[in-house]
Ligand binder design. Structure first.
Ligand SMILES: [Zn+2]
Length: 287
């Protein structure tokens, strides 16, 4: 992060503190704040803790304000989990983590492996240790999928999920790489690219976060997709499932690495939920 970025984006840390303080009182989910060093050190002692922890770098609110410079490399992220989603340095597309493999879906819909030295301005991941597999029989749209997760997840906890699916249709989007001075996410998303894949097999990975964590995270369901043949992917805004298998894991801790220079101008009156909804878009952004 350059000095220019620091001076132009002063103030987010206090905002993030406020968000963390609020989220800390979310029933069921313990939120812990870490700096980059603490994030690095934590994984060394994670063996004894077992599953149940989501870890993330930066916050959705920081991303909304244009904090597209990350401080954590994918090599570091790889030490923390094997399933997740997020974005890539400079907001260069949608990211997903499947079976320990980091994939980038660029704004043209193409899928690429991510070099370990690349950094991320936002990612959330976990060591995925799901409960039993659930067979899904379609046709199943987005609302039915949400209802299913209601059945399989505690609403006050975080759910990590994976679905290996045959989809009749999936609506996808991604965002183009940005250059400083960074526009807010809502301006970027106004120029997002979206496309549709039909009769496609692939993997959906995602999280469902309780409403109390809005700002730190996208409240509700947030899912990314990649096809089995790695030819298409993106952030999912709608889908129609034919068949599939669902795995869900409950997470009761969220550890947030707040980057040193990732901050934004203080916002006064704001409707964070409405902004996130408009940015995350479509039916898929909704809880
Ligand atoms: Zn997304």
């Amino acid at each position: 992060v350059t000095d220019h970025d620091r001076s132009a984006n002063h103030g987010l840390l206090s905002l993030a503190d406020h968000q963390l303080a609020t989220a800390a009182h979310a029933p069921g989910v313990t939120v812990r704040r870490l700096d980059a060093a603490g994030f690095h050190d934590e994984v060394l002692s994670s063996g004894a803790r077992g599953p149940g922890v989501a870890e993330q770098t930066s916050t959705i609110e920081a991303l909304l304000h244009g904090a597209y410079e990350g401080d954590v490399t994918f090599a570091e992220l790889a030490r923390h989990g094997d399933l997740g989603l997020g974005t890539v340095q400079h907001l260069d597309g949608e990211m997903l983590l499947v079976d320990g493999e980091f994939l980038q879906v660029r704004a043209d819909g193409t899928v690429h492996p991510i070099p370990p030295e690349t950094r991320t301005p936002f990612a959330v991941l976990c060591r995925f240790r799901p409960d039993a597999a659930h067979t899904l029989a379609g046709p199943m749209g987005w609302p039915a999928l949400q209802a299913l997760l209601d059945d399989h997840g505690e609403p006050h906890l975080v759910q990590a999920l994976r679905i290996d699916a045959h989809l009749a249709r999936v609506e996808l989007r991604s965002v183009p790489s940005q250059t400083p001075p960074y526009p807010p996410l809502i301006e970027v998303v106004a120029h997002q690219r979206s496309w549709q894949a039909t009769d496609v097999r692939g993997t959906l990975v995602g999280f469902r976060f309780p409403g109390q964590l809005e700002g730190l995270e996208v409240a509700g369901l947030h899912v990314h997709f990649v096809s089995d043949d790695r030819t298409v992917g993106g952030h999912v805004t709608d889908l129609e499932l034919i068949s599939g298998t669902l795995w869900v894991q409950q997470l009761d801790e969220l550890h947030v690495e707040v980057p040193d220079g990732v901050d934004v101008e203080p916002s006064g009156a704001r409707d964070l939920g409405a902004t996130i909804r408009s940015v995350e878009g479509g039916r898929a952004g909704r809880g």
